[in-house]
Design a protein around this ligand. Structure first.
Ligand code: AKB
Length: 313
């Protein structure tokens, strides 16, 4: 039976996505792979794999008869600014490899996330349209935009069924993110529950597009299950749920934890955040494959505080 491979299964999106795929397809059809060993039992076969090791990846795909790949491996915005060559190589080489495997007919369908980081300082900031000025200012954003065009090239020229969304900042509790500019919106919850205070590396009024993990997983699965004829965008779909600032998030947390305090000490990540949109227009995703989000700010904050309090007990 053909199997589904999650590359980057121990990461922020990978953990939740693997659980959901197992619920839908059963654990015998899902293979989780990552360089990092999982902290908890994943519920399906786990393979420790360096995604840049082409031969190991190819033999895994052949051995396990992989037909679908969710390619989540990436170096995120903040880290890739420090390691530009490594970031570029990780983000691009692994995508190329998976697309090539599809061109050769080994893999039938690919999911690969892009990001709001494809947008840059010259992009309209409010309700950023699907098709607009795209001049990313970070290595991560440049790699994501190049990746989008690569996906489209493989689709047009080689009929590779590769699907993509531009993830906003993802807020989750099972796994903490690493190396992103939107990570503050996860760290703040852990610090609020543990210490009752948080020092934000972004200014209070930095508004960014964000999404609760359950919505991100739903979007991913819905896109992958949509009939191919409904997918009209083969670069990457704009995807949107909520937008908020650190100050607004802190106020929402204070409703549950009145003694919570926040201080602001912006660092180099402020410049990255300032280059990104404040809100995204995702009308195409809503029209083409019926996307809609479920979590607003208050619902997300309640769920995050509930889950993290339980986890840290
Ligand atoms: C990051 O902050 O780098 C990521 C992203 C927006 O893609 N979370």
């Amino acid at each position: 039976m053909d199997k589904i491979l999650v590359l980057g299964a121990s990461g922020q999106v990978g953990i939740d996505l693997t659980i959901r795929l197992i619920e839908i397809f059963g654990n015998h059809r899902v293979i989780a792979a990552d360089l990092k060993e999982p902290e908890e039992e994943v519920g399906c076969k786990f393979v420790q794999l360096d995604a840049t090791d082409k031969d190991s990846l190819l033999s895994l795909v052949k051995r396990e008869k992989i037909s679908e790949v969710y390619h989540l491996v990436a170096m995120l915005s903040a880290t890739a600014e420090k390691f530009p060559i490594k970031g570029w190589q990780l983000n691009m080489d692994t995508l190329f490899q998976v697309l090539e495997m599809a061109r050769q007919g080994l893999v039938k369908k690919i999911f690969w996330p892009s990001s709001i980081a494809v947008f840059g300082p010259t992009t309209p900031k409010e309700h950023t349209p699907q098709h607009t000025i795209v001049e990313p200012a970070t290595i991560y954003g440049i790699s994501k935009y190049a990746g989008e065009l690569l996906c489209q090239w493989y689709y047009i020229n080689h009929k590779v069924d590769v699907r993509s969304v531009r993830y906003p900042g993802i807020v989750s509790w099972k796994a903490e993110p690493g190396g992103g500019t939107t990570d503050y919106a996860v760290e703040i919850f852990y610090q609020a529950v543990k210490d009752g205070k948080y020092e934000s590396f972004l200014n209070p009024d930095t508004e960014l597009p964000m999404m609760y993990i359950d919505d991100a997983i739903n979007a991913t699965i819905t896109l992958m299950q949509a009939p191919a004829h409904s997918i009209n965008i083969r670069t990457s779909y704009n995807l949107s749920a909520i937008s908020f600032t650190p100050a607004q998030l802190a106020r929402a947390i204070k409703k549950h934890l009145p003694s919570f305090t926040i201080e602001y000490k912006p660092d180099y990540r402020q410049q990255i955040a300032d280059s990104w949109p404040k809100s995204i227009d995702d009308a195409e995703a809503r029209k083409d494959w019926g996307w809609s989000h479920q979590f607003d700010l208050d619902k997300m904050v309640s769920e995050m505080l509930f889950q993290i309090t339980k986890k840290l007990k």
